[in-house]
Design a protein around this ligand. Sequence first.
Ligand SMILES: Cc1cc2nc3c(=O)[nH]c(=O)nc-3n(C[C@H](O)[C@H](O)[C@H](O)COP(=O)(O)OP(=O)(O)OC[C@H]3O[C@@H](n4cnc5c(N)ncnc54)[C@H](O)[C@@H]3O)c2cc1C
Length: 418
Amino acid sequence: MTKNVPASDASDAVEPDTTSRSLTRRTLIAGGVAAAGALALAACAPVGPSPISTGAAGGTVRKITPPRLDTAYLGEKVLCYRPMRRGAPNMSVETVGSQVIGHNYGHGGSGWTLAPGTAKYVVDLVEDTEQGKAFSKGEPVTVVGAGVIGLFTAYELVQRGYSNITVMSEKFDKLTSHNAGGLLAPVSMDNAPEIQAIIDKVGIDAYRFYAAVAKGEQPDFEGGAKIVPSYFETRDESGLEAYVGQVMEPAKDVVVDFGNGTTRNMVVYDDGIFMDTAVMMQELHDYLDAHVTFVEKKVANFADLSSTIVFDSAGLGSGALNGDAEMVSVQGHLIMLKDQVPADMEYMILVYFKEGHTEAGQKVKRSLYVFPKHLPGTGPNDIGVVGGTCVEGGTPETPNLSEFETLLQGAKDYYGIA
Ligand SMILES: Cc1cc2nc3c(=O)[nH]c(=O)nc-3n(C[C@H](O)[C@H](O)[C@H](O)COP(=O)(O)OP(=O)(O)OC[C@H]3O[C@@H](n4cnc5c(N)ncnc54)[C@H](O)[C@@H]3O)c2cc1C
């Protein structure tokens, strides 16, 4: 059986940018991933030939009932923007006068995957400085930004006994961190070998945290993460092989049977983790409400803050705060699903399609993912999200709305829905 893939242009393949890059305006960055400025890091998913394959091969058969994708079952269409830093996320510490700034931004499409681990990593870096060692945990600390990175940084600080924490943020609601899909997989990065060890360490730490939440072993969180099978076309495309043997079991080769004549050869990690992002954001707020002060304010300059220790987790806003020319917005399109059969949605799938150009002439890396996302306050059957675009440089001025249709058609083709 042959299936169509979404309209794309194979000749549009994006070459990873391997030119060396300048770091931030200030020069005191040390001990962090940002120092690897010459690394190649693609803004989104791995790029390759169209990987759609059909027909049975070796492997156990797994039956999956496709989601309902007719118009009546589609919910809100969401546009959001990944804070991607070309070269590497900035996980580093900088001293400016008497102020110590722990930078933690630019994780692109893997911010959720890394958040609890990257928060620990940067808090460690700050505590290792002279000022960090001399700091009393009752002195004021400011966390700039209230996305998943800022909230997990605040959570980590509370765990370590800091008692005077302010989370200062321009916005608290409807952030990229609420909109994100929720797959645990460091798939949106294409790191050079010297960075990969740190990303893997941080990711494995994060996996441990979410696994504890999913198993009910994390007393501060009632939900927000669960273990579900995660399907990919190849082990490499999952980005999870470094986790196998550390925290995950090996993937299995399977044939996924959609029950409508369409089958796909896939690999599955049965201990994949889904983060229900909006739910987890709510849980983080619920926990932090009792421990930190939230202040709604846009920070124009770190020097305006009176605290000696500052954590810079402003996502795309960190680009402006640091004059960081390597920061880029990577647009994503998501379609929420409704009136589904919850039992049919207990899995995640990620497959890559070919690259193309959007109606605004921007390069788009197209993929399909389906996760069991559930927004707080919606009905019990309003489960599922379909997503898959990465438009580097995409902003609200270039919404590229026809990508929603392309995405939906790609999903129908993939599942074999007429
Ligand atoms: C479509 C899509 C799907 C995704 N799916 C996944 C996924 O499946 N798995 C995964 O791991 N990741 C995923 N991501 C990526 C993930 O959402 C991001 O990496 C992550 O949310 C970034 O978190 P953040 O805290 O850095 O940024 P944000 O959530 O953008 O938060 C930044 C915060 O900083 C504040 N701020 C900005 N500027 C200032 C300023 N000057 N002063 C004060 N405050 C400021 C903002 O108001 C906000 O509160 C996805 C992203 C998108 C767009």
